[in-house]
Ligand binder design. Structure first.
Ligand code: PXP
Length: 238
């Protein structure tokens, strides 16, 4: 069964709607861990639209499982990560105008910069994950960069509308998971996963972790965060 990382960014999104103190992402950390989440994920975006600098310091102090910080390659953010020292840093592409992370990192095109950043973070004892599309060349370059983990962007799968397209995307992820395992990488998956489409990804042999945010926080609005996490954990059993 893959582990479940819960992305708590949107607890902070709700807080920022009023720029008040609640809901507090720290309370979310405690509830997710109590419900059985294996990892807490948060993205410190360059525009600080949800999670802020103070949040990640407090998350670091609170998390008892694993803190996975999503971050861009921006030198400012890399410096912060090196000080805060999450257990895992997931490097993602970031564009200011985007609503969410729209695609995987292009490790081939940005290889030297990524390799350098991986080394800086690993030097601080942080494991590094690269958020990439399930494409062989990206996996090969991720391996070359020295990163220990890759996370497959499941957005194409999540947005596929026909049975045939869904199957094609699942096959791509399955084949690239096998390939990544062969070259010695640890594999996670995430983006757009919800209560309908997660089980099929969880059943792919070799996927070690699922990172899920929007769907869990959305359900939590109606049923509470603890139940929303527990229901997703159940689906992660495949
Ligand atoms: N994994 C990564 C690397 C992400 O950037 C995101 C979105 O912040 C997620 C997982 C979670 O995506 P979603 O909110 O669609 O579940």
């Amino acid at each position: 069964m893959p582990k479940l990382g819960v992305n708590i960014d949107h607890v902070a999104t709700l807080r920022q709607a009023r720029r008040e103190c609640d809901p507090d992402p720290i309370q979310a950390v405690r509830i997710c861990e109590r419900a059985g989440a294996h990892s807490i994920v948060a993205h410190l975006r360059e525009d600080r639209r949800h999670i802020n600098d103070q949040d990640i310091k407090r998350i670091r102090q609170t998390v008892t499982t694993q803190f996975n910080l999503e971050m861009s390659l921006s030198p400012e953010i890399v410096k912060i990560a090196a000080v805060v020292k999450p257990d895992v840093a997931t490097i993602v592409p970031e564009r200011r105008a985007e609503v969410t992370t729209e695609g995987g990192l292009d490790v081939v095109a940005n290889f030297l910069r990524i390799k350098k950043t991986v080394a800086i973070l690993q030097d601080r004892g942080i494991e590094v994950s690269l958020f990439i599309d399930p494409v062989q060349k990206q996996v090969e370059y991720a391996r070359k960069s020295g990163a220990e983990i890759i996370e497959f962007h499941t957005g194409q799968y999540a947005h596929a509308k026909t049975k045939k397209h869904i199957q094609t995307e699942l096959n791509k992820i399955r084949a690239m998971t096998r390939f990544a395992q062969q070259v010695g990488l640890v594999i996670s998956a995430g983006h757009g996963l919800n209560y309908n489409n997660t089980a099929a990804i969880a059943r792919i042999p070799g996927i070690a972790e699922l990172n899920i945010g929007h769907s869990i926080i959305s359900l939590a609005v109606f049923v509470g965060l603890e139940k929303a996490v527990k229901d997703m954990l159940h689906l992660a059993k495949g």
